[in-house]
Design a binder for this molecule. Structure first.
Ligand SMILES: NC(=O)C1=CN([C@@H]2O[C@H](COP(=O)(O)OP(=O)(O)OC[C@H]3O[C@@H](n4cnc5c(N)ncnc54)[C@H](O)[C@@H]3O)[C@@H](O)[C@H]2O)C=CC1
Ligand SMILES: C[N+](C)(C)CC(=O)CC(=O)[O-]
Length: 492
């Protein structure tokens, strides 16, 4: 049975949380008095479905069930966790916690608050120990950071439980050591925001020029190395000490207006809003979100390839999910119950996979097959540890049939059937499916190799036993259409 999250407040952030939980296989119950909440969450879900699965290289769990409720009590019924994302008003948050704790005593409540401390949120609560800050960043379904900030009232088990739930939905939980207003991220962002408002107010730069200064330069550095690692490199070979010696004196120069704040009035709002309209008003908000999401997916995937920063979090999330997926599959190996083709891979067609014909390029069909077969090899015990120990399977021959088109954003899966196998080789037949349509078949012969000796040898007994279990189960399946076909050319 799926776990359930109650999302209280389904606006920008609540909608993002709903998407993250649902796409990670949790059921979600939403309460939001806004009559438009359902429509807004549907729009967020549409964008999230196009973006989050594009980061995954292992089969995603089936999407959880989304329900909307007329009361907080109904939404929180049976919930394992609550993510509170109502408007940033302390008295509203207190009221919501009172209703939540009355309806589901003992439930863990994470707040999305941008700046209230946990001890402020906990005031007058029946069970303060179960209320904690879990502050995300927008878009919640793509950005992994969740700042976990508790008060002395929260026992370590509550912090730990929150951390585990965040990891379960692919977040990077950063536990804040000391209770402070606005945590780490927003304290930092507020400083940048104040400087930007001064520059606008003083006519030094427009909204667009400020954005260009960030995205053409240091924003790109921050996204992958943060501040200190970046400045360490800026110190050259002498590193951080040299950097500080050179730029430390600037701390005393009048570079920043941080402690002084521009007056917040209509004039300031008009100045910012009118320039922002001129800069970006040609795009609708959902369109801007899609542009942002596509850029983030590309950026995050590049980091994932490098196993760095947020990309490392994605890999670790994949690894956790893969472990659960293989454990489930392995049960079938034990019982010999896998008398059906195995769905070993699932993925989404990414922008870089599209060719000049406007559809998935041919080499990516091979890639889909490789991912499917590699996952199968992991399943039978011939994964990376096996390779590191000197044995592997090499592809000897491959035949691809292109039967249909795959377009940007399509969800594909690779379904594998073993046609024949012995100790030294196996022949696989992979169907690449888009929904129920088969867009390609890939038939392949793989040889088991001693990598050092450079020759074909029998597989390790446990690998062969696993492979044989699947081969025996698949022997009873009908031969798939197209097996053994050669490249043909019909006579006119
Ligand atoms: N927008 C942002 O960039 C970020 C916001 N946050 C925090 O997330 C929380 C929500 O902010 P947003 O989603 O931006 O605001 P929002 O205005 O988009 O959504 C707030 C939602 O709460 C609903 N609401 C009001 N009273 C309610 C009640 N009694 N029960 C249930 N729902 C109720 C509103 O109808 C609205 O849909 C705030 O605490 C905010 O500080 C955190 C990270 C980023
Ligand atoms: C502007 N904000 C304070 C609501 C921002 C956040 O809380 C985090 C974010 O997404 O930038």
């Amino acid at each position: 049975m799926n776990r359930k999250a109650a999302i209280i407040g389904g606006g920008v952030i609540g909608g993002g949380w709903a998407a993250r939980f649902l796409l990670n296989g949790w059921d979600v119950g939403v309460f939001d008095p806004d009559p438009e909440a359902e429509r807004k969450i549907a729009a967020v879900m549409e964008n999230a479905r196009a973006a989050l699965p594009a980061l995954s290289d292992v089969p995603m769990p089936a999407e959880g069930k989304l329900t909307f409720h007329g009361t907080i009590g109904e939404a929180v019924e049976g919930a394992d966790y609550v993510q509170e994302s109502v408007s940033e008003r302390i008295e509203l948050k207190h009221k919501v916690y009172a209703q939540l704790q009355q309806s589901n005593p003992g439930v863990l409540i994470g707040s999305s608050t941008s700046g209230f401390k946990a001890s402020d949120l906990q005031k007058s609560a029946v069970a303060p120990e179960n209320i904690i800050v879990a502050h995300p960043f927008n878009p919640v379904y793509l950005l992994p950071l969740s700042e976990i900030s508790g008060s002395p009232a929260n026992p370590p088990e509550v912090v730990e439980k929150t951390v585990q739930i965040m990891k379960d939905v692919g977040m990077f939980p950063l536990v804040i050591r000391h209770e402070i207003d606005a945590f780490i991220g927003n304290r930092f962002l507020e400083a940048v925001w104040r400087e930007a408002l001064w520059m606008l107010k003083d006519g030094i730069a427009t909204t667009e020029e400020i954005d260009e200064a960030i995205r053409m330069g240091f924003g790109l550095r921050w996204g992958q190395m943060g501040l200190f690692e970046t400045y360490r490199i800026a110190g050259g070979e002498a590193g951080m000490r040299h950097f500080m010696a050179q730029f430390g004196p600037a701390l005393k120069w009048p570079w920043t207006k941080l402690m002084d704040v521009p007056e917040f009035n209509d004039e300031l709002v008009d100045l910012v809003a009118s320039q922002s309209d001129a800069q970006s008003g040609m795009y609708g908000i959902r369109e801007l979100e899609r542009i942002r999401d596509r850029n983030l997916v590309g950026f995050l995937r590049a980091l994932k390839e490098r196993n760095w920063g947020a990309g490392k979090v994605l890999r670790e999330h994949d690894e956790r999910r893969a472990a659960a997926f293989y454990a489930e599959m392995a049960k079938g190996l034990d019982t010999g119950a896998k008398a059906a083709p195995l769905v070993m891979w699932q993925g989404q067609v990414l922008p870089g996979w599209i060719d000049y014909n406007g559809h998935m390029t041919e080499s990516r069909y091979y890639f889909c097959n490789s991912e499917t077969v590699d996952n199968f090899l992991r399943l039978i015990g011939a994964g990376m540890d096996y390779v590191a120990a000197g044995h592997s399977y090499y592809s000897a021959e491959t035949h691809i049939r292109h039967l249909g088109e795959a377009k940007l954003g399509d969800q594909l899966r690779g379904e594998l059937q073993i046609i024949s196998a012995d100790e030294k080789r196996f022949r696989s037949f992979v169907r690449i499916l888009k929904g129920e349509d088969c867009v390609a078949t890939v038939e392949q012969l793989c040889l088991h190799v001693d990598m050092k000796a450079g020759k074909t040898v029998p597989a390790a007994p446990e690998v062969w036993a696993n492979l044989k279990a699947v081969a025996d189960a698949h022997a009873g399946l009908p031969m798939p259409e197209g097996v053994g076909r050669a490249v043909g050319q019909k006579k006119e």
